[in-house]
Write a protein that binds this ligand. Sequence first.
Ligand SMILES: *Cc1c(COP(=O)(O)O)cnc(C)c1O
Ligand SMILES: [Zn+2]
Length: 432
Amino acid sequence: MSHVTDLTCLVCGKRYPPDGVAYVCPDHGNEGILSVNYDYDRIQRHISRERLARDGDPTMWRYRALLPMAPEAELPPLTVGGTPLYQTRALGASLGLRRLWVKDEGRQPTASLKDRASALAVVKAREKRAPVITTASTGNAAAALAGLCASVGQPNIIFVPASAPQAKIAQLLAFGAQVMLVEGSYDQAVELCLAAADTYGWYNRTTGFNPYMTEGKKTAAYEICEQLGWRAPQRVFVSVGDGCIIGALHKGFADLLALGWIEEIPRLMGVQAAGSNYLYTAWAQAADVLTQPPISADTVADSISAGLPRDRLKAMAAVRASEGAFIEVSDTEILAAIPELAAKAGIFAEPAAAAAHAGLVKAAARGEIGADEEIVLLSTGSGLKDVASAMQAVASRGISPQRVAPDLSAFKEMFATKARHDEETPIDRPNH
Ligand SMILES: *Cc1c(COP(=O)(O)O)cnc(C)c1O
Ligand SMILES: [Zn+2]
């Protein structure tokens, strides 16, 4: 038995027993996103900070008493969670911040934070003995699901926009997923996946529809606090597409607050691409996200391109309740953030992940952040996911490699010329 008590519809507040509903509130269709509630008193009997300190398991399953699963559930073997939290002094100093940390989710098995949700999806689907799992995705959720499914031999069918970066599609194909390249937007891929899953009875992992994906992703918040010695940072910067991750961070911090393990929930700073700024706009205009119409999304940061963020209710609630903010950044700022983060912290991020850094740069430049605030930047996915954008990012800063013949005298001549040239025209290297 898990410690879940019931599920609440975020639209009408109606409560359902854990087995009383498949994914969403029947009264509100796909808009009726559910939030998962727990019995914290019972949880306290199974988990404590002291017990965690003695637990040698570094994966997200160390927190399984706080997850919607039976303690004896069979786990996929890949190492999900336990990603590093680095104090990045040089990066912080360049922004006038003394306590800046970066959590690198690019270190997950399929190289993005989505593994946390997909691992739980595999557990839930096996609980239901589902023959097939499906998801719609901009790419990373798909790669994560395909990888986690491959690790347990679970058939899966994936819907991604045909425009997804090559690396993500390569992951899907290599992991053996049945890949449907949807000739349309991510939003259209979601609609098709929801309809197909309903038609064929597949288990559906889709974000902002399956209520448990928030639960998998919230383990990132647990790790942040545990890695800081059970202290919550003052702010977390995270990029936002559908809004599931930021909602999940809020849920994770709220769980820890309910357990009395932290004293305050950090201010959640949601960073959106200017070309996919549904939530930023709704927040700035104090609009109701239930009625605000979709926008047409277009950004280099494919993982946060969403015309109608599926988890917008949780995302907006997270920012408002934590007294955080939404920030929008241009594609130019996003691309510039890739070599910044890479050269000053050694962390190579895909555009959507670097967007969080671009948002931090913007907030710091506006003087909105105190020099002694403890800040965590969540880097949600690896730069290897989208090499074409990384190449574009360095090229636009005038950073280029030097071509040379395989010969020392040619090298010496080239090197001397280069030294003279660099002295005359110093380029804007990110680590200077
Ligand atoms: C999915 C994803 C995001 C955004 O998460 P949402 O839950 O859609 O807001 C950000 N960065 C990366 C790398 C992602 O894969
Ligand atoms: Zn409802």
